[in-house]
Write a protein that binds this ligand. Structure first.
Ligand code: C5P
Length: 401
């Protein structure tokens, strides 16, 4: 089956963050997405249509095109119907106010009204502008319409040299949100749900610098957190040492050892509806810990080890029947048999078995392949795909029991 081309329409407002949209357009194009761009008049003061046309391999639209009598159909109708997902980035106070009131006085705002696609909004403005009562009122008013998906603004150094709220979400977060909505078409089937996720590898230190660990980067857990967030969940992410930025809006709890991960997971367990244990927990720890760095000559020839707690098994013991508990089984060789054993022995609702001895999947990769197994006896192969796509498949299966 040939997969349908995915179509993303990007509306660029007049703010300095417009330059970051170039990366969004370029990355989506490279991922095989068809991209069209609309610039408002003030957006063109910051960035040229030529830049975005070159990156998207298609003319970029401005109000000049809107008023040309050469189209067979009105341009805003064509573009509005064409889009699977609409993104407005940066969303300025001006465009925000117009959208809140359903106004349509340029190509961008007319196209929003002529379209039924989900719209991702990435506001960007100076802190005082963002915090104005009128702006916040418009923002809350707009978000009453479930068609609009809000990206939080970050705090940081702004172009006005102020440090504060109002910074636009970073391109990787916008791109991930777009990819999510291309999968879900904007449905919010996790609204009202609390999703608790563990991610990354744990470390068990022998002394202040040496540890037992594993190559897990936490990318699968990050993808699960993004997917759950984009479907409307409240997300808590308990993660081992990681080098990535967390999605705004996710409650991130950093931990190092398995014992710390266990206590955080148990703390957040009572309120969780779904618990996904994607962390690669170091199964053992050195029996002794030295407060001082051991000299090379004092390192033991063999290391006495002890087991760390099996976190997911403990969660299974403590959880309520309505809570869904999902584990991961990173395997070499036969991935199904050991995963089935873990599903039963650890008393899980589902487990995702993924190979770590194949190219472009498992630890550190942006992509993955897996088999989803659950206690109802389902065994569903997830073909190679991005970790974000896999995260959505997993939620699709869990919500469709
Ligand atoms: O290490 P193993 O293959 O048994 O991991 C299977 C599942 O158990 C994973 O979901 C992992 O996060 C979890 N696990 C755990 N505590 C451990 C070891 C693994 O929760 N000590």
């Amino acid at each position: 089956m040939v997969e349908a081309t995915k179509r993303v329409l990007i509306g660029v407002g007049g703010g300095i963050a417009a330059y970051k949209v170039c990366e969004v357009v370029s990355t989506l194009f490279k991922a095989g997405v068809e991209v069209r761009v609309i610039l408002t008049r003030s957006a063109q003061e910051f960035i040229t249509p030529l830049t975005l046309a070159t990156l998207s391999r298609h003319p970029a639209y401005t109000d000049e095109h809107f008023w040309q009598p050469t189209h067979s159909r009105p341009l805003h109708i064509d573009l509005g119907e064409w889009a699977d997902v609409f993104v407005i980035a940066p969303l300025t106070a001006n465009t925000l106010a117009k959208l809140a009131y359903g106004m349509a006085d340029n190509l961008l705002t007319n196209t929003v009204l002529a379209s039924k696609s989900p719209v991702i909004l990435a506001p960007a403005m100076n802190t005082d502008m963002w915090e104005q009562v009128a702006v916040q009122r418009n923002w809350q008013h707009l978000l009453l319409d479930s068609r609009y998906h809000a990206m939080n603004t970050a705090s940081g150094l702004l172009a006005c040299d102020r440090v504060g709220a109002g910074r636009m979400a970073e391109p990787p977060e916008i791109i991930a949100y777009v990819q999510s909505l291309l999968h879900t078409a904007g449905k919010r089937d996790l609204v009202g749900k609390q999703v608790l996720i563990s991610a990354g590898g744990t470390r068990e230190y022998l002394d202040p610098v040496r540890f037992i660990g594993n190559p897990s980067t936490g990318k699968m857990g990050l993808a699960l957190a993004r997917a759950a967030l984009h479907r409307g969940a409240s997300v808590t992410l308990v993660h081992g040492p990681a080098s990535w930025d967390f999605p705004l809006g996710v409650q991130a709890i950093p931990v190092v050892s398995a014992a710390q991960m266990q206590s955080s997971m148990l703390k957040f367990l009572p309120n969780a509806d779904m618990i996904v244990m994607s962390a690669a927990v170091a199964d053992v720890k050195p029996r002794e810990y030295s407060q001082q760095k051991l000299a090379k000559r004092s390192l033991p020839e063999s290391l006495a080890l002890e087991q760390v707690p099996d976190i997911v098994a403990e969660l299974a013991r403590c959880k309520q029947p309505h809570q869904q508990l999902i584990g991961f089984a990173a395997q070499t060789g036969d991935i199904v048999k050991p995963a089935l054993e873990k599903l039963h022995n650890k008393n899980l609702d589902a487990i995702i078995a993924n190979p770590i001895d194949e190219a472009d999947s498992g630890f550190g990769s942006d992509n993955n392949k897996a088999i989803f197994l659950d206690k109802q006896g389902r065994q569903i192969a997830i073909q190679p795909c991005s970790k974000l796509e896999m995260a959505h498949h997993i939620f699709d299966f869990l919500l469709n029991t």
